[in-house]
Design a binder for this molecule. Structure first.
Ligand code: HEC
Length: 111
């Protein structure tokens, strides 16, 4: 009787582990699917663009961003993120981002 209880407990433990893994992978995948811009920003861009590390234009620096948008234009800015810059890794650490995500991320940083 006792060994059965133990085995049952082990089985449910494994199931719990699988469930936890499933929930975790859904949480990791969801930004790509739902294009949750603030979450993508926090995961991929904030490391540099929150503090202005390495001279990155800061989130919320409206003047800097509107100057960039006027001078280069949105398509050039999107391309700059995709191909990377001197200090910015190509794609800005967002592997699943599409052009439209980058446009929205840039708008999000401009505010
Ligand atoms: C490792 C730091 C880092 C990360 C991460 C990062 N950036 Fe940057 N970014 C920079 C720096 C630094 C610059 C200023 C240009 C330079 O010196 O490379 C910059 C410049 C830019 C520019 C201006 C490009 C231009 O043509 O002037 C845009 C747009 C941009 N980043 C978007 C993003 C987006 C969107 C993300 C997230 C998906 C991101 N960056 C992630 C460091 C980073």
């Amino acid at each position: 009787m006792r060994s059965i209880t133990v085995r049952l407990a082990k089985t449910s433990h494994t199931l719990g582990g699988i469930m936890a893994t499933l929930i975790l992978s859904t949480a990791i995948m969801s930004p790509a699917v739902a294009a949750d811009i603030p979450a993508i920003y926090n995961d991929s861009c904030a490391a540099c663009h929150d503090s202005g590390a390495l001279n990155a234009p800061k989130k919320g620096d409206k003047a800097a961003w509107s100057a960039l948008k006027q001078k280069k234009g949105m398509p050039a800015l999107v391309n700059a993120v995709k191909s990377g810059m001197i200090q910015m890794p190509a794609g800005g650490l967002c592997e699943q981002c599409q052009d439209d995500d980058y446009r929205q991320l840039i708008d999000y940083m401009s505010k």
